[in-house]
Design a binder for this molecule. Structure first.
Ligand SMILES: Nc1nc2c(ncn2[C@@H]2O[C@H](COP(=O)(O)OP(=O)(O)O)[C@@H](O)[C@H]2O)c(=O)[nH]1
Ligand SMILES: [Mg+2]
Length: 224
């Protein structure tokens, strides 16, 4: 179902027992340059179909799926690309704040769109690092894989960018197949789950070990 409305603030996943433990919401922001297939990808995931032309309507879609007996509600924001990120009331900043996970889309036949993904990735990292957040759930998607004869972005470039940024990478064709698109959204969901588990842990084993060795190091120094 399409909902043309301003973003809602979605409550974080509930813990504990009861129905709330079985339901999880994930806010997904789809980003990338114009014409790379952001809407095609989104609509493919929602309806399993490829329509061809999508217009430029900004939408937030809500879509429920069952995963391992649990209800997952994807709230997907299909955002148009703005040349100037500081423009339009800092809305990119607001979108980034809203999102739990990011799908960064470029077209494999459009090198400029790949550079847009690089820049958006940096802005996401900058904003999230500033908030002191855990590792940000991001997947990078090279779309239009069916247009191999027009490729200008080698697969390796996409893979290297993802490797450097610590995120997942997929090449898909929203036009030709549903399966790859499904993997993108479910891959991101796993990342979002991981980031929530990480955020809940008060102290990782590494930081405990670090504290212990600091204590012992001090003792050793004192006893000299
Ligand atoms: N060949 C091909 N065309 C695609 C694919 N995905 C989207 N398109 C086309 O690319 C154009 C832009 O798609 P759209 O989803 O509107 O891009 P957006 O501006 O990023 O939302 C449309 O004409 C789509 O039909 C794809 O995987 N392969
Ligand atoms: Mg669009």
């Amino acid at each position: 179902s399409s909902v043309n409305q301003p973003p809602r603030v979605i409550a974080e996943e509930q813990t504990g027992t009861g129905a709330s433990a079985l339901k999880m919401e994930a806010n997904v922001l789809v980003m990338g340059a114009d014409n790379v297939g952001k809407s095609a990808l989104t609509v493919r995931f929602l309806t399993r179909r490829f329509i061809g032309e999508y217009g430029d309507i900004e939408s937030i879609y809500s879509h429920s799926v069952g995963v391992d007996g649990r209800e997952i509600v994807f709230n997907i924001w299909d955002a148009p690309y703005s040349q100037d990120p500081s423009d339009e009331d800092c809305s990119e900043e607001k979108r980034i704040q809203w999102a739990n996970g990011f799908i960064l889309v470029y077209s494999i036949c459009d090198l400029a769109s790949f550079n847009v993904v690089r820049q958006q990735l940096q802005r996401i990292k900058a904003q999230r690092d500033h908030l002191g957040a855990e590792k940000v759930p991001v997947v990078i998607v090279g779309n239009k894989r069916d247009l191999e004869h027009r490729r200008t972005v080698p697969s390796e470039e996409g893979r290297l960018l993802a490797l450097a940024a610590g995120c997942d990478f997929y090449e898909v064709s929203a036009a030709e197949a549903h399966h790859g698109v499904l993997l993108v959204f479910h891959g991101l969901l796993e990342r979002i789950k991981d980031s929530r588990v990480a955020a809940k842990k008060p102290a990782g084993i590494k930081s405990i070990v670090r504290t212990m060795s600091a204590v012992f190091a001090r003792k050793r120094i004192n006893s000299l």
